[in-house]
Each structure stands twice: as C-alpha cells, then as structure tokens.
Design a protein around this ligand. Structure first.
Ligand code: ATP
Ligand code: MG
Length: 437
C-alpha cells in the first residue's frame, strides 16, 4: 500500500462523551508525559494496548504514547528519558518502576521492496525510522484494535482503520495486506495468536489465512526477541489457549522444534497432557496474582525432549542424574538458536531437572537435605506436575506434600533425648521447608 497517496483519510472521531475512557484510569505518569508534550506544542496521544484495553473495560498492562516530537525533542523535555532501539528508535521515560514508551509517528516503507535498503529480501523491515504523520502511523501498526489514538487535547479517540467496530465484534484484524504485513515482521504472527488468546477475539479469516504458510519466516527472527515474545505468550494468564493456537497454526514447532516433534507423534498422549497441565497451572497462578518464573516455564516446555533423551541414556547405563545433565547438554544448544534462554533462567531450569531423581530417595536424612535445597520448592512443584500428568505414581508426590506439611511419615521426628533439643530441631526443620522467597 502506498501510504503517501492515502494519507488524506478522515478518521472516525469518537467524542469524549461517546466512549468510556476516563483520565482516572490512565496512569499518572502517562498523563504527565502526555501533558508535557502537549504543553510544549506537540501532538500527544495514548495509543496501542492502553487504549484498546480501556475501551474493553480491562486494566492495561502498560501505556504507550505517540507524538510528532522527534526522539531528540522528547529527550529534551524529560530528564528521566532514554532513547532506545535501532530498528525502531523510541524514548523510554522512566518513573520509578514504570516506563512510558514514547514513539514518534512513523510511516510505513512505501518503496518497492527490492530497491529499499530498509527491507531484507524476504520483505522484512530492518530499519523503521521513517517519521510520518498521525494517519501514516495508524496504518503502519499491526492490528486495527491496536491503532486507536486517545487525544489528550480533547479526550476524543481517533480511528483510521475500523478498530472501534472490531473491538465491538471481537475481531482481530491485521491492517493492510496480510501476507505483506507478516513478511515485513513475522513476529506479527505470534502477536496475532497472543492478542486473540488474551482478548478472547476471533481472528478475521484474512488475518489467519497466511499464518501456516508463513510460519517458517520465524526462523530468521533474533532469538532474544523470540524469548521476549514467548514470555508474553505464556506468562500472562492465557498460556494454554496460546499454546493450542500456536499448535493449530504450525507456529509452536518454530519455537520448540524438538518438543513439537514429540507432540506430533503422540497427539493425544502424555506429552500433550503434561504441557497442558503445566500451562493451565501457570495460568491459574498468574490469575491468582502469584509469581511465575521463566525457569519453570521453560523446564515444562523442554521436559519432553530432555526426558526422552535421558531415558535413552539411562538404558545405555548412565546414572539418572548424569543422564538428565547430558540430555540437557544435547537439547539446549539447538533450542537456544530458536529462542534465547538467559543463563539466569537456564541454570535454575537445569536444577529443577537434576533434583527430580532425588525425589525417589526417601530414606534416612536425604529428604531433609533435599528440602533444604534452595531450588526445592520449584523442583517439588515440577514433581507434582509430572504426577498430575500421569508420568509417575501420584503416591510419590503425595508423600512429599505430606512431609512438608507435618510429620506425617514420622520422618521429621528425631530421637529426642530431651525436650529442649527436640524443639530446636523442629524449628530448624520447619525453616528448611518454608518456600524460598
Ligand atoms: P500489551 O497489552 O501486550 O502491551 P500492546 O498492543 O500495547 O499490547 P506493545 O507490544 O506494547 O503491544 O506495542 C504497542 C503498540 O505498538 C501496539 O499496540 C501496536 O500498535 C504497535 N506495535 C507493536 N509491535 C508492532 C509490530 N510488530 N508491528 C506493527 N505495530 C506494532
Ligand atoms: Mg503495550
């Protein structure tokens, strides 16, 4: 689409009285940014997920701002501001823990792909810093529901792409020609899955049609960006839905090829149950406001290939602990080419795996020692998951549950020659079983 030619579109304007967004729902910091830009004479809009979620009556995850001020001009207005990004330069204005992302209006690239240094030869956008007008900015966004602009001057919402109607019907629709838009940035396929799952929306037929054929384009996306997208897919309370959808579109195999291969050979069997249980559990934790970690998530997503390989190695005579370690060493290098996994997450992930064989050792002081391990809690949760999915005897997980909650198995009670000593021991035991903070 040649946007220069279509840039005289009139948007649909939804006046303040005709929508449900009130300033009290917008973070104070976002309002500060919007007003300071406006007072300096710039256009300033709230855009993206913030506007979308407020119009849906949901609580936004974060607030993004769009403006006609250039990054340097934004930088000059805010002391607490950093310019980030190469492919896409934008300003981060930081207020304590909250970051307001401020992006300058951009135009899509309109030159033919072959002559344009901003695209690679698959049509992927490599540089995206061509500044533009508000209209152009609307058309270069991904989905119609993500391209609504809340104007801080009069509190109206501007809609160039039919996003308000799509919000009303629960439709996720890519802006522009879908094949082109996915080729420009294949991550939009993951975003389509994510927003459909998160919002409970149906993808428009034109938006879903290209995905399966274009899924292989994800192989060229930098592994670090893929890692970020995976967290957004699986750690926000709709992971199970996202997983089923990724599988449906043939996207999951681009993220976790070895896990996907196992799922494909045992469609209805245990591996599928295991991952579904893991994601359902993670979703339940997120929705109850409990913390979740990428280490546990990746432990669950990579367990099938690791476990399968470890079992093979065990039949070749390796000790169970060593087999798990070697299986990880074989599975991880190929996996992190697709999706990065920072060491601060892979290290605890490996510990969760390595502690698993120790749960079968219940004699003497071994349970106490295992419970004192800093990774015990996560490893225990993983054991419970394996039991729930039918991988091992539920009795084993039950035993470990009991032993933490009391002296059910009689294991925690020491010989106790006199009361004072007994009390001390008990206290120490209890401390060791408390979940790590
Ligand atoms: P979330 O609720 O997850 O924050 P979001 O819609 O705000 O959802 P962000 O990733 O924060 O998503 O991006 C902010 C906005 O930037 C999007 O709403 C969209 O308008 C635009 N955008 C982000 N990524 C892309 C992309 N890959 N292609 C086109 N537009 C994009
Ligand atoms: Mg956002």
């Amino acid at each position: 689409m040649h946007l220069q030619e279509t840039s005289k579109l009139t948007p649909k304007i939804i006046a303040r009285a005709d929508h449900n967004i009130s300033r009290s729902q917008i973070s104070e910091n976002a309002l500060k940014v919007l007003y300071r830009l406006k007072n300096a004479g710039y256009a300033a809009y709230l855009v993206g997920g913030g506007v979308r979620d407020l119009l849906l009556g949901r609580e936004p995850k974060d607030f993004d701002v769009a403006t006609d001020a250039r990054p340097e001009q934004i930088h000059a207005l805010f002391r607490n501001c950093r310019i980030i990004g190469r492919r896409f330069r934008l300003a981060h204005v930081q207020f304590g823990r909250e970051i307001i992302e401020v992006a300058t209006f951009r135009a899509a690239h309109s030159a033919p792909v072959e002559q344009d240094p901003g695209h690679d030869n698959h049509g992927r956008i490599l540089i995206d810093n061509t500044y533009g007008t508000l209209e152009q900015d609307a058309f270069r966004r991904d989905f119609t529901v993500n391209a609504l602009y809340y104007d801080i001057r009069d509190f109206s919402v501007a809609d160039y792409v039919g996003g308000v109607e799509d919000l009303g019907t629960g439709t996720l629709r890519l802006i522009g020609e879908p094949y082109t838009r996915y080729r420009e940035d294949p991550v939009r396929m993951l975003r389509a899955v994510r927003f459909a799952a998160k919002l409970g929306f149906r993808m428009h037929a034109d938006t879903s049609a290209p995905i399966t054929a274009l899924a292989p384009l994800l192989d060229d996306i930098p592994a670090a960006r893929m890692f970020e997208e995976i967290l957004k897919l699986f750690l926000y309370g709709f992971g199970l839905q996202a997983f089923e959808s990724l599988r449906h579109f043939g996207l999951f195999g681009r993220l976790f090829p070895r896990t996907d291969a196992i799922l494909n050979t045992e469609e209805q069997g245990f591996p599928h149950t295991f991952i579904a249980e893991a994601l359902a559990g993670t979703d339940a934790r997120v929705n109850a406001g409990k913390p979740v970690t990428p280490a546990f998530l990746f432990a669950a997503l990579l367990w099938q290939p690791v476990r399968q390989r470890a079992m093979e190695l065990e039949t070749q005579g390796l000790h169970s602990g060593d087999a798990v370690r070697q299986a990880v060493d074989e599975v991880l290098p190929g996996q992190i080419k697709q999706v990065a996994l920072p060491r601060r997450f892979s290290t605890p992930m490996i510990e969760i795996y390595q502690l698993q064989p120790r749960f079968t050792q219940r004699e003497g002081k071994r349970p106490q020692r295992l419970m004192a391990h800093p990774r015990f809690r996560a490893a225990y949760d993983f054991l419970v998951l394996r039991a729930a999915a039918g991988e091992l005897d539920p009795e084993l997980a039950h035993w470990w549950t009991e032993i933490q909650t009391g002296d059910a198995a009689g294991l925690a009670s020491p010989p106790a020659p006199h009361a004072g000593r007994r009390r001390r021991r008990k206290r120490r035991g209890r401390r060791a079983t408390a979940p790590p903070t």
